[in-house]
Write a new protein. Structure first.
Length: 667
């Protein structure tokens, strides 16, 4: 950890703020922020300087550890975000308004704000001033009852915003743009198959000469040959992406690991690539991105425009590339609609699908659960998406929404009937309401401050043209537009908060508990859904076998805990039969004992095998004696699973809920 060198306590107060007294017997809040998660991971020293070192500094100034509160929720958030968009800063201000914190310690003013409009830091100044809160940085202590300190703090915050705009965005990004515009690499994603040539010079005829490919893409042959093969294979199969995806899905990896002397962190385009043993696999969007990337024919694009058509060595031939591009890209190279692109008609649905749990349902196994409709019947179904498939978009299982919704809603009503004490619900509802009110108040303050600044800007802009320099007028117009946009965003958020009825009606639902019983079916669907959203933290649906699903409900009420039930589905368990499975039926169906065929096809039930055998016109010898006691509707996988969770073989309507004693995360 870097040793932070604080000034002597006496030296720290030896200027115009000599008479400031620290409230060491009251709470001190340490606020830390870094702009991105990458910075938090890669620049650990900065995090330590803003947390551990400042804790040491606070102790040096006289605070004991019990009075020091760290606010680190914003360690991956931009300083340009508003107060209501930063939970750490919002929590700090809430503690100030509650009187818990009398001093704020921060490494630099720009950790608090990089606000171009001035709205956010003016609100912060006002809160601190009203509650007598000091703000300490290593170079100054601010007491906002002192106008000079207010002016200094504002100047520092303006300087932080100007630095971000003028130096980082304009100068650094401008320099990067100039490098990129010349066709050289300036720090963006590198298409797989290329690396960057970082050698500025070459030895030619014994003399040092400039390297013509310096900071340009050059082929990385172990990956470049795979890229060429992808284009060629796409051509060979007639421009069909699905067969290529299925082919790639069977491979352990698409691109091999980098050679030991290559720093892969600098060269690989990680987007849509997944590291697996031996190399990298590509997702379907990643594959389509490769097959439509003009960098592979030597083009260089800067800010959406082609600046060179012969910038670096091409990896694929142009006719092969344009064949793939025209089949897959929704736009032409000039930005117009590509009418030749392969595609299918998509139909939009006017009415939302009636699925009670669609806002809270998910998967424990890392997949995605979403709502759709089945075939021509348009019956609502929950689909559990294949979690491991990256190229071939398939799903594990589909089950009617009605069955799952009925199970959970029935259990919800049972739970509500069993519960007679609702005091903790009242506390919970009030806590959520309090949080919402705090955000609303913060937004109101920001809107008031914006209105004041907009009025001032309008008054200035209404002066005659010759009264203001052109550059200043342009700057003021830009700031006014920024304020206008920010106000619009705040008003939208305020409207969202005001129209969120779940919390407002929460206690009304509780008052109806004793009357819900037989009246559940008569409650409007939207009210049922609002009730489910309010009382359920999460519903998790996962496929255990071809016929068994696991359903878990994590209730919002900690006393209800998390409950689990297993659901048998007789229909919808069929998967596409593979060539290998069909070959097993063709070879074994005539005389092989039933239990042996089931062992070869562990995911298939005997009933499903009989249906598939008829389709394949496979015949079975009559009067074969079978000693198999597995029901025809179950597979070997089903039986193994049922034994593992103590479900009798004859029971396929097992709706017995069991409580899981899972540790609940701290709120």
């Amino acid at each position: 950890m870097r040793n932070f060198q604080p000034k002597n306590h006496r030296d720290h107060q030896s200027t115009s703020w000599t008479h400031i007294e620290y409230h060491t017997d009251a709470g001190l809040g340490i606020y830390a922020r870094q702009s991105t998660l990458a910075q938090v991971k890669n620049y650990r020293q900065s995090t330590e300087m803003q947390t551990d070192d400042l804790v040491d500094l606070a102790k040096h100034f006289g605070w004991n550890e019990d009075h020091i509160i760290l606010f680190t929720q914003d360690l991956a958030k931009s300083g340009k975000l508003r107060i209501d968009q930063r939970s750490g800063l919002r929590s700090l201000i809430e503690r100030i308004e509650q009187g818990e914190i009398k001093t704020v310690l921060v490494f630099l003013e720009d950790r608090l704000f990089r606000d171009e409009t001035g709205i956010q830091y003016n609100i912060f100044i006002d809160v601190c001033k009203r509650h007598g809160v000091l703000v300490i940085t290593p170079h100054m202590t601010y007491d906002f009852t002192n106008p000079f300190h207010v002016k200094q703090f504002r100047w520092r915050c303006e300087e932080a915003a100007d630095y971000l705009r003028d130096y980082v965005i304009n100068r650094l990004h401008g320099a990067k743009n100039r490098v990129s515009e010349s066709g050289k690499f300036a720090g963006r994603s590198i298409p797989v198959g290329f690396i960057v040539d970082n050698e500025p010079s070459l030895i030619v005829d014994g003399k040092v000469a400039p390297n013509p490919t310096y900071r340009k893409f050059i082929p990385y042959e172990p990956h470049a040959k795979i890229v060429r093969w992808l284009f060629k294979r796409y051509w060979e199969i007639g421009g069909k992406i699905r067969p290529l995806c299925r082919e790639l899905q069977q491979l352990p990896f698409v691109f091999p690991d980098f050679e030991p002397d290559v720093d892969m962190s600098k060269y690989i385009a990680l987007y849509h690539l997944k590291q697996v043993p031996g190399g990298y696999h590509v997702s379907r969007p990643g594959l389509m991105g490769i097959l439509t990337n003009v960098a592979y024919i030597g083009y260089w694009i800067h800010l959406g425009a082609i600046v060179s058509k012969n910038n670096h060595q091409a990896l694929v031939e142009e006719d092969v590339f344009w064949y793939a591009f025209k089949h897959l890209s929704p736009y032409t190279i000039t930005g117009e609609r590509n009418d030749k692109k392969n595609g299918s008609i998509r139909y939009s649905r006017k009415d939302p699908i009636p699925a009670l749990l669609k806002n809270v349902i998910g998967s424990r196994e890392g997949g995605r659960v979403y709502v759709s409709t089945s075939g021509l019947t348009h019956k609502p179904i929950y689909i559990i998406e294949e979690r491991e498939q990256r190229l071939v978009l398939k799903y594990h299982a589909a089950t009617p929404c009605g069955e799952i919704d009925d199970l959970v809603s029935t259990r919800l009503v049972e739970r509500m009937k069993q519960t007679r004490q609702f005091e903790h619900y009242q506390d919970y509802a009030l806590e959520l309401q309090k949080e919402r009110d705090l955000v609303g108040e913060t937004i109101k303050k920001q809107v008031v401050e914006i209105d004041k600044q907009m009025d001032g800007l309008l008054a200035t802009l209404s002066l005659p043209n010759n009264a203001l320099p052109m550059k200043l007028r342009e700057k003021l117009v830009t700031k006014y537009a920024l304020l206008e946009k920010q106000k619009e965003e705040l008003e939208v958020k305020q409207t969202t908060i005001q129209t969120d009825q779940n919390l407002l009606t929460l206690m009304e639902y509780y008052s109806l508990v004793d009357r819900i019983g037989q009246q559940w079916e008569h409650i409007p669907f939207t009210d049922k859904q609002a009730l489910a959203d309010a009382l359920i933290k999460g519903v998790y649906l996962d496929e255990m076998t071809a016929h068994w699903l696991r359903l878990e409900v994590e209730w919002m009420d900690p006393q209800w805990q998390t409950e689990r039930v297993y659901v048998f589905r007789s229909g919808g368990a069929h998967k596409t039969w593979t060539d290998e499975e069909n070959a097993i039926i063709t070879d074994l169906f005539l005389t092989t004992p039933r239990e042996d065929i089931l062992a070869k096809l562990p995911r298939r039930s005997w009933a499903a095998i009989l249906v598939q055998a008829r389709k394949l016109q496979a015949h079975r010898k009559r009067n074969l004696i079978s000693l198999c006691d597995i029901p025809e509707t179950l597979s070997m996988d089903d039986v193994a699973f049922m034994k593992g969770v103590d479900i009798p073989l004859g029971e396929t309507s097992c709706h017995k809920w069991e409580t899981l004693h899972l540790p609940r995360p701290l709120v």
